[in-house]
Design a protein. Structure first.
Length: 194
């Protein structure tokens, strides 16, 4: 609207410019000037597009302790995952029908403490996606935010990890200002498993 008044008052040659400006506005084009690129902006935008928060309503089970899940190791007292360990078989990772970039899927639940929040990051986002909670089984992210869902026990969420091939995958768990990097054996053994 401001552009129309200014251009109309100038008349003549600027009338042509007004037609283009109005045409651009009518087409829904954003006329705000583009921001200058920020260092690391593309990487941040990519991670932002592949980040989401786990929905507490997606929980499929809750329990007081990890006794029923001896293969799961607690991390930072916020998350529990089936970590790679010497003498244990890797988790099954199966090629899915309808080839995609992340063709292999290792299905296993994520356990979270009800009174703790955390974040899980994929350390090699070009090769893996994590997908816990009830959303498309073909979707996945490289960063998952885990809210405190309530209670002091543990909550179980369905899902797993998609990879480009069977592999030993590193994930970083962050909670309360601390971080811990762990390995998951997804169809392949991990060389440095404890």
């Amino acid at each position: 609207m401001f552009q129309r008044r200014t251009l109309a008052s100038l008349g003549g040659v600027l009338g042509i410019v007004a037609v283009f400006a109005v045409g651009g506005c009518a087409g829904g084009l954003d006329r705000t000037p583009p921001e200058a690129p920020r260092p690391g902006a593309q990487e941040a935008d990519t991670r932002e597009g592949l980040s989401r928060e786990l929905d507490c309503a997606d929980r499929i089970d809750a329990f007081d302790n990890l006794e029923e899940h001896p293969d799961y190791m607690p991390l930072l007292d916020a998350v529990a995952l089936p970590l790679a360990r010497a003498g244990h078989e890797p988790l099954q990772s199966v090629a899915q029908e309808g080839s995609t970039e992340f063709e292999y899927f290792a299905k296993f639940g994520l356990l979270t403490r009800g009174d703790a929040s955390a974040r899980i990051n994929v350390d090699d986002p070009g090769r893996a996606r994590i997908s816990w909670g009830n959303f498309s089984e073909h979707a996945g992210v490289v960063e998952l935010h885990l809210p405190a869902c309530g209670g002091g026990g543990w909550h179980a969420f369905p899902g797993g990890v998609r990879t480009t091939e069977p592999m030993c995958l590193s994930l970083t768990v962050v909670s309360n200002g601390q971080h811990e990097t762990v390995e998951l054996a997804l169809g392949a053994s991990c060389e440095h498993a404890p």
